[in-house]
Design a protein around this ligand. Structure first.
Ligand SMILES: [Zn+2]
Length: 114
């Protein structure tokens, strides 16, 4: 005879521990982020000649454009107003933040934000 009668004793209930797990204290160690910040000043949107203080070379900064919050906001706005223009801010350099790096040693030089 098949015993398919519901037996509450077979139900696995995790034991009630009362206070719950002890609070986990996470100690954040000081993060040693190994990107040498050389100038960290306000830069222009274009590559600029500068003497890298990390490798002491006369270099022209390598610029990496990044979409800023402004870029996304403009895109959203244009999307509402005139949909085909929505991608326009992503094509305009001035709508981007520009991070300057040394092409020689990859040291971070500074950023251009707008
Ligand atoms: Zn360098």
């Amino acid at each position: 005879m098949a015993s398919n009668i519901y037996d509450p004793k077979n139900e696995t209930v995790p034991p009630y521990t009362g206070g719950g797990p002890p609070p986990v204290v996470i100690t954040q160690p000081t993060v040693a982020y190994q990107v040498p910040v050389i100038v960290g000043g306000q830069m222009g949107p274009k590559p600029a000649p500068i003497t890298c203080r990390s490798c002491n070379q006369q270099i022209v900064t390598r610029v990496e454009l990044k979409s800023s919050t402004k870029t996304h906001l403009f895109a959203l706005l244009l999307c509402c107003v005139f949909f085909p223009c929505a991608c326009l801010p992503y094509c305009i350099d001035s709508c981007h933040n520009a991070d300057h790096y040394c092409p020689n040693c990859n040291a971070y030089i500074g950023s251009y934000t707008n």
